[in-house]
Design a protein around this ligand. Structure first.
Ligand code: PEP
Length: 248
């Protein structure tokens, strides 16, 4: 973690929780003083709860994220949510290219490029997610895969722009599996990503982060923050990760 910039910890709730549980969790996080000082915390609730979570977070320091967005701003796209709609709800950042979107919704690099452009156009900061699957890792294709994903992202209009450039490295084989990537693996990929991006990018790691693994990961100079799935679903585990990530 760099000494000069605040690390990020983002909780991706995915399609979990109900309205009441989302309210309680958002309140516990918003009220905790550890989410204020030397750290940037963000929450990505399911779309239907964005409005309520936005109300709870108010003008406090915890950022509100979308989990996804449609590449078009409006139109006949049943079931979809656009960048301007997210912006309207108080969202400032949006995950783009999460491996579950790539894998389960068939999103290819071209779609992800369009979504990044749409996020920038709507005034949202995309958190561009990249990562290799197990077969790609085992055939030594991890960095090649990520390079292809990033080159597509770099073809998006206006990205990276003047604001913060956020990329999350999430090896697919580490997401929701309890397997955290090794230190050397993460450093190698983060260094490679940094080389491909102009300026000062913030590179987060995601994949089975827990309160036990957060501290050692956060102390790595090459890791600028953490993207957390399962462990973001309870205040106890998420806040423990926030505390472990906060610089001394
Ligand atoms: C994720 O889906 O972004 C993620 C990192 O999930 P988990 O922490 O559950 O592996």
């Amino acid at each position: 973690m760099s000494q000069t910039t605040k690390p990020w910890v983002i909780g991706n709730w995915k399609m979990n929780l109900d309205r009441r549980a989302a309210e309680i969790l958002a309140r516990e996080i918003a009220d905790d003083p550890s989410c204020r000082a030397k750290i940037k915390v963000g929450l990505a609730p399911p779309f239907p709860y964005l409005d309520r979570v936005a109300e709870i977070l108010g003008h406090g320091p915890v950022a509100l994220l979308g989990q996804d967005l449609h590449p078009e701003a409006r139109g006949a796209y049943t079931g979809s949510v656009s960048g301007p709609m997210l912006r309207d709800m108080g969202v400032t950042h949006v995950l783009v290219g999460h491996s579950e979107r790539r894998r389960l919704h068939g999103e290819d690099d071209n779609m992800i490029r369009r979504k990044i452009s749409a996020a920038v156009e709507a005034g949202l900061t995309p958190v561009v997610c990249v990562g290799e699957d197990l077969a790609q890792r085992e055939s030594q294709q991890a960095m090649t895969t990520i390079t292809t994903q990033l080159e597509a992202a770099l073809a998006a209009d206006g990205w990276p722009g003047q604001g913060e450039t956020l990329v999350a490295y999430e090896p697919v084989w580490a997401i929701g599996t309890g397997r955290v990537a090794g230190r050397e693996q993460i450093i190698e990929i983060h260094t490679g990503i940094r080389r491909l991006l102009p300026g000062h990018a913030r590179i987060l790691y995601g994949g089975s982060v827990s309160p036990d693994t957060a501290g050692p990961l956060a102390r790595e100079k090459e890791i600028d923050g953490l993207l957390v799935g399962s462990a973001s679903l309870t205040a106890t585990t998420f806040l423990a990760i926030v505390k472990a990530t906060t610089p001394a």
